[in-house]
Design a protein around this ligand. Structure first.
Ligand SMILES: Cc1cc2nc3c(=O)[nH]c(=O)nc-3n(C[C@H](O)[C@H](O)[C@H](O)COP(=O)(O)OP(=O)(O)OC[C@H]3O[C@@H](n4cnc5c(N)ncnc54)[C@H](O)[C@@H]3O)c2cc1C
Length: 344
């Protein structure tokens, strides 16, 4: 009873006069199709595209929809707001020698699912008696002569050439550790808004990283806390040192000070691809969906994905999203009388 339509782009949800979601408009092989729903429609397009789809369908902040010339089906001021992510600061640490081999370095690409070079992923708190972590670390070690961190700097993070060249120069004679310091509980939020009324046009994403000063202050503190690791017996043996990335905007700050780390964070902060929260669960007027993941203000429409989270989790977002989907499936089965049915 499942039909998957591949290479199909959903442009909008269509409603009847009673504001019941009745069909979707889909682009497939250059043709626009209308697919009707017998029961209800579930949007699971992710934290960037679910709010886009709602807004293209006429559900969202009234002023914004009017500005985009999209007829308003239901005014829902917080669609696309409350975008949260785990702001991530990449650091480079150099070592006099590295135990990573060239073969492992090459295998970072050829056996990416096995992670052949040693990597470390963990959670830490500044107060070592605290049970809940403040930050997450992802830490990858590369040998002398590696080009992988330079490639990541350039092609993955799109950082300035001068920064990537600093890494390349260091890697000529040193082992390189790429450490990602991840802020787990940000107070800052961003937003997703439409660029135009064309459903095929990607929306605009405002990450909002550090829009609350406290996040920047904390992130710098977490970087300092992480770097105390370099003062351990093991790391001292390899003369592990943080690398000055020659960030133009931070040249007037003394390297390895709180002010420097704040400046670095502001200038190199990037995503961990953990966007959530843009169709958040909450009461009408605050949230976009209710406790059964139903979109406020219309009928027969749910959003079930990472956008449903009101608050970002303090860890990776994939498993929690699967949990939301699992719970959502149970809610739908219950609502349609399948749970408790003698055949189930
Ligand atoms: C590069 C990267 C690395 C990540 N690494 C990790 C990790 O290591 N661990 C972890 O826990 N999490 C990781 N995440 C985050 C994790 O993938 C997400 O939290 C999770 O996939 C969110 O699930 P979702 O269902 O909300 O959205 P998605 O998984 O993004 O699913 C949404 C789907 O909807 C489709 N879609 C969107 N718009 C439309 C439309 N208009 N019509 C038709 N289809 C549409 C998309 O193509 C996509 O297939 C990573 C994410 C990225 C991008």
């Amino acid at each position: 009873n499942l039909f998957l339509s591949r290479k199909s782009f959903v442009r909008k949800v269509l409603f009847n006069d009673a504001k019941e979601a009745k069909a979707i408009e889909v682009m497939q092989n250059g043709k626009i199709l209308i697919i009707k729903a017998r029961q209800e429609i579930i949007i699971s397009a992710g934290a960037i595209n679910s709010p886009q789809l709602l807004m293209q369908s006429g559900i969202g902040p009234k002023e914004h929809l009017t500005e985009m010339s999209i007829p308003v089906i239901s005014e829902s001021p917080n669609v696309g707001k409350n975008l949260q992510d785990h702001a991530t600061v990449p650091l480079i640490i150099t070592e006099d020698k590295s135990k990573v081999t060239f073969l492992q370095d090459v295998q970072t690409f050829t056996k990416i699912n096995e992670m052949p070079a040693p990597c470390l992923i963990g959670f830490a708190a500044v107060n070592k008696t605290q049970i809940i972590p403040d930050y997450q670390i992802l830490y990858y070690r590369f040998p002398v002569g590696t080009i992988i961190p330079v490639w990541i700097c350039n092609f993955v993070y799109g950082l300035a050439d001068s920064i990537c060249i600093s890494i390349a120069k260091a890697a000529q004679s040193k082992g390189v550790i790429l450490a990602l310091v991840v802020l787990l509980y940000p107070k800052s939020t961003g937003k997703v808004i439409l660029k135009s009324k064309n459903p095929g046009e990607p929306p605009l994403i405002y990450t909002g990283y550090y829009s609350q000063d406290v996040d920047l202050e904390k992130h710098a503190k977490y970087i300092e806390d992480f770097l105390t690791l370099l003062d351990t017996k093991h790391m001292r043996k390899t003369h592990a040192q943080p690398l000055n990335l020659n960030v133009r905007q931070c040249k007037h700050h003394k390297f390895n000070t709180r002010k420097y780390w704040k400046c670095l964070a502001l200038n190199v902060v990037t995503t961990l691809w953990h966007s959530v929260g843009t169709c958040a669960m909450g009461p009408e007027g605050v949230g976009v969906i209710d406790y059964k993941l139903r979109v406020h203000g219309v009928k027969k429409l749910r959003v079930i994905d990472a956008s449903s989270m009101p608050k970002i989790v303090g860890g990776n977002t994939n498993a929690p999203t699967i949990m939301i989907a699992d719970k959502g499936a149970d809610i739908i089965k219950t609502d349609h009388g399948f749970i408790g049915h003698p055949n189930n």
